[in-house]
Design a protein around this ligand. Structure first.
Ligand code: NAP
Length: 259
């Protein structure tokens, strides 16, 4: 491959924070950002899992640290950023990946379910992005923020009102913050994954209902983690230097199924 193309994807010198790195997509994102040369900060609540990820990354020649962060607790977020600043420096790439799901019928939703779902999937994205971007501006660091939304942020789906509403909010948060932050050299984009098997949905996809569902949708299969790699790296790196404010579906055509 041409050197200029490879160079545009190289993240050496970047400090990349991934929230929700203790499993699923977040662990994959942390791994590929390290493979592209970034110093990775893997954040979540389950610190043991983060430590095991960090040792995998370092064994493969990458650089990473584990930092405890509860994205729903502002003190925890600020303390984590202070710790990151002291140990590795200012974050230049943020992947807002932490998320939760609790599907159920709209009529059965409750105040508790709303808070659980919308706090982690939307309010925390705002909280962590605000902290990261204020610090990027102060340190005069060019940045890239990547918010993990969902195809459910773009189209409705039965039994997912709270989650889908939060993920749609993430897309609007992405566009609005991109509009304000471009003048500070900070790009903000969203990725809207289709279905990838992780702890958030593995019970469903192991069930007969899950198999029937997959058979009906255009990709007829789950996404593979490596199919998120280049979309992530494009948005994180100089390869995406003129891309901001987008919500990029990575879904094998799930959103374009025929009516
Ligand atoms: N899998 C899919 O098909 C799919 C599709 C579209 C979008 N997404 C989105 O992709 C993201 C990752 O999901 P996943 O499928 O990889 O799910 P997962 O395997 O269940 O991982 C969720 C991650 O979020 C972290 N998390 C949850 N609450 C947190 C909190 N309060 N503070 C810090 N971290 C927290 C968890 O870490 P701790 O519990 O250790 O804190 C965990 O690492 C989510 O935003 C999800 O909505 C997934």
């Amino acid at each position: 491959m041409n050197d200029a193309i490879l160079k545009s994807l190289n993240l050496s010198g970047q400090i990349a924070l991934v929230t929700g790195a203790s499993s699923g997509l977040g662990a994959h994102f942390a791994t590929v950002l390290a493979q592209a040369g970034a110093t990775v900060v893997a954040a979540a609540r389950r610190i043991d899992r983060l430590k095991s990820l960090v040792s995998d990354i370092t064994a493969a020649g990458g650089t990473a640290i584990a930092v405890a962060m509860d994205v729903n607790d502002n003190d925890s977020v600020v303390a984590a950023f202070d710790q990151i600043q002291t140990s590795v420096g200012a974050v230049s790439i943020l992947v807002n990946n932490a998320g939760v799901a609790d599907p159920g019928r709209f009529v059965d939703s409750t105040e508790e379910k709303w808070d659980f779902t919308v706090d982690t999937n939307l309010k925390a994205v705002w909280r962590v992005s605000r902290e990261a971007s204020a610090r990027m501006i102060k340190a005069d660091v060019a940045g890239s923020i990547i918010n993990i939304s969902s195809i459910l942020g773009l189209q409705p789906s039965a039994n997912n009102t709270l989650y889908a509403t939060a993920k749609a909010g993430v897309i609007q948060l992405t566009k609005n913050s991109a509009q304000e932050l471009w003048r500070h050299n900070i790009r903000v984009n969203a990725i809207c994954p289709g279905y990838f098997e992780t702890e958030i949905n593995s019970d469903f996809f192991k069930s007969e209902k899950g198999a029937q569902y997959l058979n009906k949708i255009p990709p007829r299969r789950l996404g593979q983690m490596n199919e998120l790699t280049m979309p992530l790296l494009m948005l994180a790196s100089a390869a995406g230097s003129f891309v901001t404010g987008i919500a990029l579906p990575v879904d094998g055509g799930h959103l374009v199924q025929s009516l």
